[in-house]
Ligand binder design. Structure first.
Ligand SMILES: [Zn+2]
Length: 428
């Protein structure tokens, strides 16, 4: 096989690069998590001075314990993820699945689709125990879990059915295009993918989300009056204000905007309304409006499209290179299409490399959060926004003392102390 100079074999080179980058990423992730665990544990015994008046030691310690417990489960998840990834690639899992299905289904579109389905089923099964543990042990232990095993199972069945109903046709279409639309298939496939994502933006809030939660028009008149006035002041129109029964599954609170254009709607979790005063709800909503005013949403969608175009172009090239398969532990079909294999390998391996740019994206996201906070302060009050945030941090048991390096790498939102420092007038 490799009888020529090994170093110049592109297949072997990919294997070495992939294994090395995977290992480096794993070491970096473990280092970051251990920093976070150590930092939070070290600050467990004292509420930071800035929060001494507002947060009790008990709440502070609960947040510390929750953060550490989550990070520990995260370590297991990372290790398991790396093993599974190696199993699919270099250890030959994907190749075996492909070869096992070939004699049954022949070669062609059906077999390729079966590879995707088989992969999704096996991955789902592997993820199941940890997912159960997270909901029914970790979240339960800290009093956040409100779901029952029955509801959880129903969610899973519903989710899988809807996923199959929507995912199978789109997957079949993309596989078909890969085989039938020539060298520029990736461009056409990208167009289909874009259209599909835009469609999801419309049907998710109106058709899919209501299958999992109940959405009722906002009844609370005090909140309604304030929110309507705020939206008018900021020049926003929405199709409606809704309350979602988030408490059915979890005690975590949230509020969000969904849809776009005329289909925009505002959704409050019932858990949020029960915890915040009308003025605080107003401030939280103003923060969300800030994201719209600064065009963060549209920027995010556009950059997602640009990145997926680059991804499809790269995949278009890689799918034609034999070393892309063999270097990642897959024996390509010699007389049949390899499109599903190319797609899966790409989706599996890409995150290993893109992890290293995640601090840049997180940094950008934190900048956007500061801008949204500033907007909310203009439109409502920094005082209301800060008390709302503190309540949410406390209720979600978010730590007030994260490790700064961990924050720089992972946090999509700035830490509480950084955000509050900008909201409240600093004492002279
Ligand atoms: Zn935000």
């Amino acid at each position: 096989m490799h009888d020529t100079n090994l170093f110049f074999d592109p297949s072997l080179r990919l294997t070495v690069v992939f294994a090395t980058v995977l290992m480096l990423g794993l070491l970096l992730k473990f280092w970051l998590s251990s920093r976070q665990i150590r930092h939070v544990a070290q600050h467990r015994d004292q509420v930071p001075a800035a929060f001494a008046q507002t947060i009790t030691l008990v709440a502070h310690q609960k947040a510390a314990d929750y953060t550490v417990a989550k990070a520990r489960v995260g370590l297991v998840e990372m290790a398991l993820g790396a093993v599974v990834l190696l199993g699919w690639t270099l250890l030959g899992g994907l190749s075996a699945l492909n070869q096992w299905l070939a004699p049954w289904l022949g070669v062609g579109l059906l077999q390729q689709l079966a590879v995707l389905v088989g992969f999704a089923l096996i991955s789902g099964l592997i993820d199941l125990p940890l997912s159960l543990y997270q909901t029914f042990v970790l979240e339960e232990q800290f009093g956040f879990n409100k779901t029952t095993l029955k509801l959880w199972l129903m969610d899973m069945v519903k989710g899988s059915l809807i996923g199959a109903l929507i995912g199978l046709p789109i997957a079949a279409l993309i596989l078909w295009m890969m085989g039938a639309s020539g060298g520029l298939w990736w461009l056409w496939a990208w167009c289909v993918w874009m259209g599909f994502n835009l469609l999801l933006l419309v049907i998710y809030p109106t058709l899919i989300a209501p299958m999992f939660n109940k959405f009722t028009p906002l009844q609370d008149d005090a909140v309604k009056a304030r929110v309507t006035a705020l939206m008018q002041r900021c020049g926003f129109s929405a199709k409606g204000l809704f309350v979602m029964d988030g408490s059915k599954r979890s005690a975590h609170a949230n509020a969000y905007f969904t849809g776009f254009g005329a289909a925009k709607r505002v959704v409050f979790f019932d858990t949020l309304l029960s915890k915040l005063s009308p003025a605080e709800v107003d401030a939280v909503l103003a923060h969300e409006l800030g994201h719209f005013k600064h065009k963060h949403i549209i920027k995010r969608i556009v950059s997602m499209f640009a990145m997926s175009l680059a991804g499809f172009a790269l995949l278009g090239w890689l799918a034609t290179q034999t070393w892309f398969y063999t270097g990642l532990g897959v024996m390509p079909n010699l007389t049949a299409p390899n499109d599903a294999l190319a797609l899966l390998l790409f989706l599996l391996v890409m995150p290993v490399f893109s992890f290293f740019v995640s601090p840049l994206l997180a940094q950008l996201s934190r900048k956007h959060e500061f801008e949204a906070d500033a907007y909310a302060m203009q439109q409502t009050s920094g005082q209301d926004l800060s008390t709302a945030l503190l309540k949410l941090y406390e209720d979600n048991a978010s730590t007030l003392t994260p490790d700064p390096v961990y924050v720089a790498f992972y946090y999509s939102h700035p830490s509480a102390s950084e955000r509050l420092a900008r909201m409240l007038p600093t004492p002279a």
